[in-house]
Design a protein around this ligand. Structure first.
Ligand SMILES: *[C@@H]1O[C@H](CO)[C@@H](O)[C@H](O)[C@H]1NC(C)=O
Ligand SMILES: *[C@@H]1O[C@H](CO)[C@@H](O)[C@H](O)[C@H]1NC(C)=O
Ligand SMILES: *[C@@H]1O[C@H](CO)[C@@H](O)[C@H](O)[C@H]1NC(C)=O
Ligand SMILES: *[C@@H]1O[C@H](CO)[C@@H](O)[C@H](O)[C@H]1NC(C)=O
Ligand SMILES: *[C@@H]1O[C@H](CO)[C@@H](O)[C@H](O)[C@H]1NC(C)=O
Length: 734
C-alpha cells in the first residue's frame, strides 16, 4: 500500500504553489544547495558570532536579516515579544513564495549553535514527512491556557517553540503571510495559534519535532542533553530519545548551558585536536613599545593580604611598556600603605599615570571598582582595562600580552589556590546564581583540558576591551546589583548584555593567595605565612637551591660531621634581622636569663629568642619541614622530630660582644645560619671546632651550618672585628 498522501487543497490559487505529488519524489534526498538559512539578528553579539562560526563550519548558507536595525521586538527574556522577527522574515520570504524545491530553515542566532550539517538536517526533515517542522519544548509559552488545545503527545515534547523551524519555502511563506501584528507582539503566540488551528495545521502540513531529532531546546531538558565526543567532532546527544539534534537552542534561562556546550560543539575543543579556535582572530602586538595598546590596571586591596610588596615587584617586572600603562590603586588597608607608597615613590614616574585611593577616603569596594572602569570608559585612548586583585600572584610575566593577544571581549587568566580546586571562575551556576560545578571544571583547573572557555563567572583578574566599556557596558555601576557581591554583580550585568566572559588556561599564569589568617603586628608579617601560604613563603624565603642540596651535591662538609648548605634567600636573612632589630630588646649577655628554664645561662650571647617576637611555632615548622629531612640524610639512622626550645638570633659586634668562648651546645645537633655577609657587613667572625682545629670563616649569607652539639664538637665563635654579624641558632633535640 502506498502511504503517500497528496497535498491537501488549501485553495485553488495556492495549490499550484505548494510542492505536492506532482513534484519531486520524496524519496530522493534534497540537495544541500536547496537549503537556505534565515536568521534575524540586529547586533553582532558574541552569541551571534558563535552561531556564524558554527554555520560556517558546516558550510551552511546563512542570510542574516535585520542587522543594524533597532530591536523593537521587546525584551524577550522577560516578557513576550519577537514580532519583529516575523515581520522581517515575511518580507524576506516574498521572493521565495513559490520556490517549491527550496527549503527554508529559520533559527534564532544569539543562543543557537549548529551541531551538524545541512545533509543530516535535510534528511531528518524529509523523514518527518511534513512540510513545516517546528521545534518543541516542555514548557508552554506565552499563553498557558492554550494547553488544552494542544494535540496530545505520547512520548516527546508537546509544545511549540518558535526559535527554530524548517519547511518548504511556499509553506513557510504562507505560514507568515497573515502576519499583521506589531513588532512587540509575540512571534511564538502567532505561530502557536496557527499550529493549534487543526485546519491550518493540516493545510500547511505542520508538525513539531517532538523528539529533538532536529531541534534541541535546552529549557526543561538540561538533564537530557550531554556532550558526545566523536572522532574530531563534538555534538549533543539527547538521552531521553536517543537522538542527535542538529540545532541546539539555549532558550529561556539556559544561555549558560549553551555556552558550556558551545565550548565544544561543533569542533571548538576535542580530545584529538584540543582548542581549535584559540589561534583564530588573535592580535599581534606591535614591534615598537610606544605603539602598544594603552592599558589601565586597576589594583584592588580590599583586605589584609600577604606578600603585597611582592605583588608590586611582579607588577614592575610585568613584560609590558610602562609608558603604555596607567595604574589605579584602591587600598582599604592602612597596613599596606607602606608598600603602596614605596611602589608609587620608586616606580610611579615610569608609568603614564598613577592614581591611589587610600584607606582614609573610605571608598567602598563596589564604588572603587566602578570608578576604575569609568576611568577607562571616559578615556577614549584606554584600549583595555585590566582588573587585578591584590591576592592574585601573576607569575607569568607575559600575562598581559597573552591576554591581549587572545582578543576576547572579557578574558580572565586561570588562577587558583595552590593544590586546591578553588579558582577564579565558575564552570556553571546554580539557578539562584551561586557556584555550581561543571563537568569539565576539574579538568580545566588542572589543565588536563586547555583552551579558552566561555564561563558564567570570573573574578580577581581579567582584561576587558575598553571599547566594550564605551559601547555595550556603558552602565555606570556594573559592580552593583541587588545584594550580590561586587564580582557576582559584575558578571550578572555582563551576562545580561549577552557578552561572553572567557577564562584561558592555555598558559600557566599564576595563582591566588589565601588571605585567611593574615598575620599583622610585626614588621615583616610575610614571615608568618609559612602556615597559610607555604609555597609562596618558600619562594620568598627558602634558598632556591635548597631542594637540590642532596642530589646536586651542594652540601659541603668543611669539618668532620659539620655540614654546610644554603637555606635562606637573602631576603629571608634581611627580614629576620630587620624583624629582630625592629623588636630591639636584645639581651644583656649576662648569665642571669629569665627567658630560659632555671634562669641561668652558662654561655650567654646578646640575642633575641624567637618566642619573644612570636615566631616560635613558625620556626618549629621551618625546622621540621626544611631541616629535619636533611639531618636524616647526613646523620643516617638518626630520626629527629626537630624539637627545639632554644631558637634565637645572635648579634656579634666588636663593641658589644665580638665572640663566644669554647662551649658545647645543649642539643643533639645545632643549626647555625649566617644572616649577613662576611667581608661586607662585618669583618672576622666564624666558627671553630676545637677538636679538629677546623674553622669555617667567610661564612655565606643564607647558608646554614649543621653540627653535633655535644662531646665531639666543642666549638667557639670567632671574633667579629668590625661591623655587625648576625646568626640564627637552634639547639635541636636537646
Ligand atoms: C502531511 O502530513 C501528514 C501527516 O499528518 C503526512 O503523512 C503527509 O505526508 C504530509 N503531506 C505531504 C503532502 O507532505
Ligand atoms: C566546507 O567547505 C570547504 C570548502 O569547500 C570544505 O573543505 C569543507 O570540508 C566543508 N566542510 C564541511 C563540514 O562540509
Ligand atoms: C578580534 O576579534 C574580532 C572578532 O571578535 C575580529 O573582528 C577582529 O578582527 C579581531 N582582531 C584582530 C586584530 O584580529
Ligand atoms: C644554585 O646552585 C648552582 C650550582 O649548582 C649555582 O650555579 C647557582 O648560582 C645557585 N643559585 C643561587 C641562587 O645561589
Ligand atoms: C690549627 O690550624 C692552624 C691553621 O689552620 C695552624 O696554624 C695551627 O697550628 C693549628 N693548631 C693546632 C693545635 O694544630
Amino acid at each position: 500500500m502506498d502511504h503517500r498522501v497528496c497535498w491537501p487543497i488549501l485553495s485553488l490559487v495556492l495549490l499550484s504553489q505548494l510542492p505536492g505529488c506532482e513534484g519531486e519524489s520524496r524519496g530522493r534526498p534534497i540537495l544541500k544547495e536547496k537549503l537556505l538559512v534565515f536568521t534575524v539578528a540586529t547586533k553582532e553579539t558574541d552569541g551571534f558570532k558563535r552561531f556564524i562560526r558554527s554555520a560556517n563550519f558546516f558550510n551552511y548558507t546563512v542570510k542574516v536579516l535585520g542587522m543594524g536595525e533597532d530591536w523593537t521586538g521587546g525584551d524577550v527574556a522577560q516578557t513576550a515579544g519577537g514580532g519583529q522577527k516575523v515581520r522581517i522574515l515575511k518580507e524576506a520570504m516574498k521572493p521565495y513564495a513559490s520556490a517549491k524545491d527550496l527549503v527554508i530553515l529559520f533559527v534564532d542566532s544569539y543562543d543557537v549553535i549548529f551541531a551538524s550539517g545541512p545533509e543530516e538536517l535535510l534528511k531528518k526533515f524529509q523523514q518527518t514527512k511534513h512540510s513545516v517542522v517546528f521545534s518543541a519544548e516542555v514548557f508552554i509559552w506565552p499563553n498557558r491556557h492554550l494547553e488544552v488545545k494542544y494535540p496530545h503527545v505520547r512520548d516527546g515534547k508537546r509544545f511549540l517553540n518558535s526559535g527554530g523551524f524548517i519547511g518548504f519555502a511556499p509553506n513557510v511563506y504562507l505560514l507568515m503571510e497573515p502576519w499583521n501584528l506589531q513588532d512587540k507582539d509575540d512571534d511564538q503566540l502567532f505561530y502557536t495559534n496557527i499550529y493549534l488551528d487543526a485546519e491550518k495545521r493540516a493545510n500547511l502540513n505542520i508538525t513539531l519535532d517532538h523528539k529533538c531529532r532536529i531541534f534541541q531546546n535546552l529549557n526543561g531538558a538540561l538533564d537530557e542533553v550531554v556532550l558526545k565526543f566523536e572522532e574530531a567532532r563534538v555534538r549533543a546527544r539527547n538521552l531521553a530519545y536517543d537522538t542527535l539534534p542538529v540545532i541546539i537552542h539555549g532558550n529561556g534561562p539556559t544561555k549558560m548551558q549553551l555556552n558550556y556546550l558551545g565550548n565544544y560543539i561543533p569542533k571548538v575543543w576535542t580530545f584529538e585536536t584540543g582548542c581549535t579556535e584559540c589561534e583564530k582572530d588573535t592580535i599581534s602586538l606591535p614591534e615598537k613599545d610606544n605603539k602598544f595598546p594603552t592599558v589601565l590596571i586597576g589594583i584592588f586591596i580590599e583586605q589584609l593580604t600577604p606578600f603585597v610588596e611582592n605583588f608590586f615587584e611582579r607588577l614592575v617586572n610585568l613584560d609590558y611598556p610602562k609608558e603604555q600603562l596607567q595604574i589605579f590603586i584602591h587600598n582599604t588597608q592602612t597596613d599596606h600603605e607602606r608598600d603602596v607608597r614605596k611602589f608609587v615613590e620608586q616606580q610611579g614616574d615610569k608609568y603614564q599615570n598613577v592614581k591611589v585611593i587610600g584607606p582614609e577616603e573610605e571608598m567602598l569596594n563596589t564604588d572603587a571598582r566602578n570608578m576604575g572602569l569609568d576611568m577607562c570608559r571616559q578615556d577614549v585612548a584606554c584600549d583595555y582595562y585590566f582588573n587585578v586583585d591584590i591576592e592574585v600572584v601573576l607569575q607569568n610575566r607575559d600575562a598581559l600580552k597573552l591576554l591581549i593577544d587572545q582578543n576576547r571581549s572579557i578574558l580572565a587568566p586561570l588562577v587558583g589556590r595552590r593544590k586546591k580546586l578553588w579558582s577564579n571562575f565558575w564552570g556553571a551556576m546554580s539557578v539562584d546564581g551561586y557556584y555550581a560545578r561543571s563537568e569539565d571544571y576539574v579538568d580545566i583547573v588542572d589543565r588536563r583540558r586547555t583552551g579558552v572557555w566561555n564561563v558564567p563567572y570570573i573574578s580577581s583578574v581579567y582584561l576587558i576591551h575598553g571599547s566594550l566599556l564605551r559601547s555595550d557596558l556603558t552602565k555606570r555601576d556594573l559592580y552593583h546589583s541587588n545584594k550580590l557581591d561586587a564580582d557576582m554583580a559584575f558578571c550578572q550585568n555582563v551576562r545580561e548584555q549577552g557578552i561572553f566572559m572567557y577564562v584561558t588556561n592555555r598558559h600557566v599564569f599564576g595563582h591566588i593567595l589565601s588571605v585567611e589568617n593574615c598575620h599583622t603586628g610585626n614588621l615583616h608579617n610575610d614571615l608568618w605565612q609559612i602556615d597559610e601560604n607555604v609555597k609562596d613563603w618558600e619562594e620568598k624565603y627558602i634558598h632556591p637551591n635548597w631542594s637540590r642540596i642532596i642530589e646536586d651535591k651542594i652540601l659541603l662538609q668543611p669539618c668532620p660531621d659539620v655540614y654546610w648548605f644554603p637555606i635562606f634567600t637573602e631576603r629571608g636573612c634581611d627580614d629576620i634581622i630587620e624583624e629582630m632589630e625592629h623588636f630591639g630588646q636584645w639581651s644583656s649577655g649576662g648569665n642571669q636569663d629569665m627567658r630560659i628554664q632555671g634562669g641561668y645561662e652558662n654561655v650567654p650571647t646578646i640575642d633575641i629568642h624567637m618566642n619573644q617576637v612570636g615566631y616560635e611555632k613558625q620556626w618549629q615548622k621551618f625546622l621540621k619541614e626544611y631541616i629535619a629531612p636533611l639531618t636524616e640524610k647526613v646523620y643516617p639512622g638518626y630520626y629527629t622530630k626537630a624539637y627545639s626550645f632554644l631558637n634565637f638570633v645572635v648579634r656579634y659586634k666588636p663593641e658589644e660582644q665580638p665572640s663566644l668562648e669554647p662551649h658545647h651546645d645543649a642539643s643533639t645537633f645545632t643549626l647555625n645560619v649566617a644572616l649577613n655577609k662576611a667581608g661586607v657587613d662585618y669583618e672576622g667572625g666564624g666558627c671553630r671546632f676545637i677538636r679538629y682545629n677546623c674553622s669555617i670563616q667567610a661564612s655565606r649569607k643564607g647558608w646554614a651550618i649543621l653540627h653535633p652539639g655535644r662531646l665531639t664538637h666543642y666549638h667557639e665563635g670567632l671574633p667579629t672585628t668590625s661591623g655587625t654579624r648576625y646568626i640564627v641558632v637552634s639547639f635541636v633535640d636537646p
